[in-house]
Design a protein around this ligand. Structure first.
Ligand code: NOJ
Length: 733
C-alpha cells in the first residue's frame, strides 16, 4: 500500500516516456523519407485564399490558416493525405481569440474578471466550437504586457500586469489544449507575440520597442514563460524589433532564452509575413536573406512571406543553413501533428460541424464572463435600477450587435448578439432614442426628441463606447477618448434632471474623467461579446452584482502613457502635494526642490487604479496575519485574513495580495501583484482566506542579471485594489 504512489508514478512516467519515444520514432521514420523540398513545404504556412488542392498535393504547405469551412478543410486535407507523396496531414489554424462563434468578452475584459477558471472555461468552449469546424491551432493567448492604451492591441491583452497575464495566459493554454492534445476537441495554443510588442513606442502598432534586458525579463517575458511552462504547443514571433533586433530574426530570444533557458521544445511560427518584413526593417536585403535570418534565429514555420519555400533549398545548398536545422524545425512541426492525432484522424465529421455553437452551456459561460468582466466605476446611489421602471436607452452602443463583439472575433455572428437594448427591454420599460448612431457620429440632431422622452423616464441609460474597429491590430489612437459627439451628448444628458447611468463598451481604457463626473453611475464593460446585453441588463437591475476589477490603470489624460501601477520608484516619489498648473504664481522663479515626477496638467497618479471596481455591497478585510515576519528564500509565506461581505447583496470580491521589495540591487516596482482570488460571499458572510506565497516568487533579475531573491525588507498589502490596504512589513533573511 505504502509504495503504491511511487509505483504508480513510475508506471505513468514510463508510459509517457514510451509515448514520447513512440512519437519521436514516428517523426524520425517519416523525416527519413522526406526530400529537402518536402521538408521545406512543411515549414510553409499559407492563407486559405492562396491555396488550392494542387499546392497541397505537391507538398508545398504544412499548414493553412483562415479556413473554417469543414467541407473545404476535409477537401484540402484529402489532397494532403491522399494525394501528396507522403500523406502528411495539414495543420489548420485560425485566430480564435476570445471565443469562436460564441464570443466571450475581449481578452482585456476577461482579464477584468480575475477569474482564471472562467478564462480557462472560455478557451475550452472556444476549442470545442472551433475544432468541430476543423480548426486545430489557434493563435492565442496573446500575453503581451500593454501599458499604453493608445496601442489598439491592448484589447487583445490581459493588461498591464505580468502576474495577472501569466495566470490568465496559462489558463487559456489549458483551456485550448485540454487534457490531451490528441483529443479531437483540443487545439494547439500559441503564445504571442514573442516579445515586447506591447511596448511599441508611442503606442503606434508595429513600432520599435526599446526594453532593457532586465525589464524585458522582469516584466515582459514572465507571461510567456508561464505559457511555456503550461505546455503551450507553439509560440509566434512579434512584428516589432526589440532593441534593434526584429523578433523574427532574434536568435537570442528564440533560441537562447525560449528554447535554451526555458527548455521549451515546441514549434515557432512567424507572424504574418514578419519574415518578409525583415526587409522593411532593414536587416535583410531580400527574401533569401530574410529566410536565412529567421531559420537561424530558430523559426520553424513561415506564415505567408514565401521566403522559406522560395529560398531555404538554395540556402542549404550554399551551406548558409544546415540540413540539420531544417530537420529540427520539421521534427517539431511533425511532432505537433502527431500529438494532435492528425495522422490517425485527419478528417472531421462534417455532419457534426458547429453542433455546439451557441448552445445553452456556451452562452451561459459567455454571459458569466460578461457579468464578471463589467467594472462598476461609480455609483451615487443610483444602481441598481428598479426592475420594470421606465428607462430611456440611448447612445451608439445600445444596439451594436456587431461592435459589442469587439476586435478579432472573425467568426462571431452579430445575429446571435444580445444587445443592451434587447437585454434591457426584457427587464425594464424601455424608451429607445439612440441619438448618436455610431461611436464616431457627431450628429445629435434628434436630441430634442430624446429630451421630450426623457421627461417620461425614471432614469437614462447611455450606452457609450467605441466601435470594434477602433481598437485591435493596426488601430492605434493618439487620443484615447470617446469619439464623435459622445462627450457633448453625455454632458447634455446629465442636465436633464434624471439619474444618468453610463455604460462604456470599449476595447481599451478610455479617458473618461469628464463623463465619469457627469454620470451618476458608470459601468465599464469593455466589448462584452455575444451575451453582453443580457449581462448588462442583469447588472443594472441588480439581478447580478458587479464584480469586475480594472486590469489596467485609467489615466486622466492620454499624455500620461505609458502608465502602470507597478512602475519603478523614482528618486522623487509622489508626496501628494504637487503644484498643479493653475496654482503656479505669475512670473514664478524656477523651482524644482520638492517637486516629484508628475505632470502640471494631469498630476502624478491615475484616475482609477489597477484593480479598482465597486460593488453594490461592501467588503471588509480584517485580521490579516502573516505566518512569519522573517522568512528564508525557501519558505512559504502564508497570509491569512477574514473577508466579510458587510452589505446587503450576495456578491463576489476579488481579493489581491501586493508586495513591495523595499531595497534592491536595482530600482524595484512600488507595488507588485502576487496573488488574487475571486471569492463569493453571501450578504453578511465572512470567509477565511489564505494566500500562500513561496518566497522564491519574490525573485527577480537584479544588478548581476541573475534571477534570485534578494534578502531585505518588504511590505505587503491585502486589499481589493492596488491603492487600498495598510502596509504590513516582513523580512527575507
Ligand atoms: C497578424 C497578427 O499580428 C497576429 O496576432 C495574428 O495571429 C496573425 N496576423 C494571423 O492572423
Amino acid at each position: 500500500m505504502k509504495f503504491r504512489p511511487i509505483v504508480l508514478s513510475l508506471i505513468i512516467l514510463s508510459i509517457s516516456c514510451s509515448e514520447r519515444s513512440e512519437v519521436d520514432r514516428r517523426v524520425d521514420a517519416l523525416l527519413s523519407q522526406m526530400t529537402l523540398d518536402e521538408k521545406i513545404g512543411q515549414m510553409n504556412q499559407l492563407d486559405y485564399g492562396s491555396v488550392n488542392s494542387e499546392i497541397i498535393a505537391a507538398g508545398k504547405a504544412g499548414s493553412v490558416l483562415n479556413c473554417v469551412d469543414a467541407a473545404r478543410i476535409n477537401e484540402l486535407q484529402r489532397a494532403a493525405v491522399e494525394e501528396s507523396r507522403l500523406g502528411i496531414p495539414l495543420l489548420m489554424a485560425r485566430d480564435v481569440i476570445h471565443g469562436f462563434h460564441t464570443v466571450f468578452p475581449i481578452p482585456l475584459g476577461q482579464a477584468a474578471t480575475f477569474d482564471a477558471a472562467l478564462v480557462e472555461e472560455g478557451a475550452r468552449i472556444a476549442a470545442k466550437e472551433a475544432t468541430s469546424h476543423g480548426v486545430r491551432w489557434t493563435f492565442s493567448p496573446m500575453v503581451d504586457i500593454a501599458r499604453d492604451a493608445r496601442w489598439g492591441r491592448i484589447a487583445e491583452s490581459f493588461g498591464e500586469d505580468s502576474y495577472l497575464a501569466s495566470v490568465l495566459g496559462a489558463a487559456m493554454v489549458r483551456g485550448y489544449q485540454g487534457n490531451e492534445l490528441s483529443s479531437p476537441t483540443s487545439m494547439a495554443a500559441c503564445a504571442k507575440h514573442f516579445a515586447g510588442y506591447g511596448a511599441s513606442e508611442g503606442g503606434r502598432d508595429y513600432n520599435t520597442a526599446n526594453i532593457p534586458e532586465r525589464v524585458l525579463r522582469n516584466s515582459y517575458l514572465p507571461p510567456f514563460q508561464a505559457c511555456a511552462d503550461e505546455g503551450a504547443a507553439t509560440f509566434m514571433t512579434s512584428f516589432n524589433d526589440v532593441n534593434g533586433v526584429p523578433s523574427t530574426a532574434n536568435r537570442w530570444l528564440l533560441d537562447e532564452v525560449l528554447r535554451g533557458e526555458w527548455g521549451w521544445d515546441g514549434m515557432i511560427v512567424t507572424d504574418w509575413n514578419s519574415a518578409g518584413e525583415l526587409i522593411a526593417h532593414g536587416v535583410a536585403a531580400d527574401l533569401k536573406d530574410a529566410a536565412e535570418l529567421s531559420v537561424n534565429a530558430g523559426v520553424d514555420m513561415d506564415m505567408m512571406s514565401y521566403s522559406f519555400i522560395g529560398n531555404v533549398s538554395a540556402l542549404v545548398k550554399e551551406g548558409k543553413l544546415q540540413e540539420k536545422q531544417i530537420d529540427d524545425a520539421v521534427r517539431r512541426i511533425l511532432k505537433l501533428k502527431f500529438e494532435l492525432g492528425l495522422f490517425e484522424q485527419p478528417y472531421i465529421d462534417e455532419s457534426n460541424a458547429g453542433a455546439s455553437d451557441y448552445c445553452e452551456e456556451h452562452l451561459a459561460a459567455a454571459k458569466k464572463a460578461a457579468l464578471e468582466s463589467a467594472v462598476l466605476l461609480k455609483n451615487e446611489g443610483v444602481l441598481p435600477l428598479k426592475e420594470g421602471s421606465t428607462v430611456l436607452v440611448c447612445g451608439p452602443m445600445a444596439d451594436a450587435s456587431h461592435d459589442q463583439l469587439g476586435t478579432w472575433a472573425p467568426d462571431g455572428q452579430e445575429s446571435h448578439s444580445i444587445t443592451a437594448l434587447m437585454g434591457l427591454s426584457k427587464l425594464f420599460n424601455v424608451i429607445y432614442e439612440p441619438v448618436l448612431e455610431y461611436s464616431r457620429d457627431y450628429d445629435m440632431g434628434n436630441f430634442a426628441a430624446l429630451k421630450a422622452k426623457a421627461l417620461r423616464s425614471d432614469a437614462i441609460i447611455m450606452l457609450a463606447g467605441e466601435e470594434a474597429i477602433l481598437s485591435g491590430e493596426a488601430h492605434s489612437l493618439a487620443d484615447v477618448k470617446l469619439q464623435g459627439a459622445q462627450r457633448e451628448f453625455i454632458d447634455a444628458l446629465s442636465k436633464l434632471g434624471k439619474p444618468l447611468v453610463t455604460v462604456v463598451m470599449a476595447g481599451r481604457p478610455l479617458e473618461i474623467e469628464q463623463e465619469l463626473e457627469d454620470s451618476d453611475a458608470m459601468i465599464y464593460s469593455f466589448h462584452p461579446g455575444t451575451m453582453g446585453g443580457e449581462a448588462l441588463a442583469e447588472l443594472i437591475s441588480g439581478r447580478a452584482v458587479p464584480s469586475g476589477k480594472l486590469p489596467v490603470s485609467f489615466v486622466h489624460s492620454s499624455g500620461q502613457y505609458p502608465f502602470y501601477y507597478n512602475h519603478s520608484n523614482t528618486g522623487r516619489p509622489n508626496q501628494g502635494n504637487e503644484t498643479l498648473i493653475g496654482d503656479l504664481p505669475l512670473k514664478a522663479g524656477q523651482v524644482s526642490n520638492g517637486c516629484t515626477s508628475y505632470y502640471l496638467d494631469a498630476g502624478y497618479g491615475e484616475l482609477l487604479p489597477f484593480g479598482y471596481g465597486l460593488s453594490y455591497t461592501s467588503f471588509k478585510y480584517s485580521n490579516i496575519t502573516l505566518s512569519s515576519n522573517e522568512l528564508h528564500s525557501d519558505d512559504v509565506l502564508k497570509v491569512e485574513f477574514e473577508l466579510t461581505n458587510s452589505g446587503d447583496y450576495d456578491a463576489d470580491e476579488v481579493a489581491m495580495l501586493f508586495i513591495q521589495d523595499l531595497v534592491g540591487s536595482i530600482v524595484r516596482p512600488v507595488k507588485e501583484l502576487k496573488r488574487f482570488e475571486r471569492v463569493s460571499l453571501k450578504a453578511g458572510e465572512s470567509k477565511h482566506i489564505c494566500f500562500e506565497l513561496p518566497i522564491k516568487e519574490l525573485a527577480f533579475y537584479g544588478l548581476d542579471n541573475i534571477f534570485k531573491v534578494e534578502a531585505g525588507n518588504f511590505k505587503l498589502w491585502v486589499a481589493g485594489n492596488s491603492a487600498d490596504g495598510e502596509a504590513i512589513p516582513f523580512k527575507v533573511i
